[in-house]
Design a binder for this molecule. Structure first.
Ligand SMILES: [Zn+2]
Length: 109
C-alpha cells in the first residue's frame, strides 16, 4: 500500500485517504499554442518504469494538492512537497539520485 506524508498537515496517510491527480509539473498549453503542444498537454503523459513525479490530493484530510516523488516499481517514496513548486526540492532530488544516479528532472520528456 502506498503511504505518503501530506506536506501541509503533516499526516501520514495511506492511499485510501488520497486522490491521484496524475503527472506533476505539466506545462499547460491553452489558446494561442500550436496544435502539437496542445495535443501533448491534453493526451500525452509519462508512464516511466522508475522515478515518477505525481500529483496527489489529501482528499479525506486537509483537501490540499501536493506532489510526491516515488519509484513505480519498488514503490519507494522519495518525498512529498507542496504543489506550488515548479520542480522537486533539492533534498528530494538528492534522495532520488542516491537510488538512480542518472536521473535528472524532466529528462524523460
Ligand atoms: Zn493534508
Amino acid at each position: 500500500m502506498l503511504i505518503l506524508d501530506c506536506p501541509y498537515c503533516g499526516v501520514r496517510c495511506d492511499e485510501t485517504e488520497l486522490t491521484p491527480g496524475g503527472e506533476a509539473h505539466l506545462t499547460r498549453h491553452g489558446p494561442g499554442s500550436d496544435d502539437a503542444d496542445f495535443e501533448r498537454y491534453l493526451f500525452q503523459r509519462r508512464n516511466p518504469r522508475g522515478v515518477h513525479l505525481e500529483r496527489w490530493r489529501h482528499a479525506y484530510g486537509c483537501g490540499k494538492w501536493f506532489h510526491a516523488a516515488r519509484h513505480t516499481v519498488t514503490m519507494q517514496v522519495f518525498g512529498t512537497y507542496p504543489a506550488q513548486t515548479t520542480e522537486p526540492p533539492a533534498d528530494i532530488v538528492e534522495r532520488i539520485r542516491a537510488s538512480d544516479p542518472d536521473w535528472t528532472f524532466g529528462d524523460d520528456t
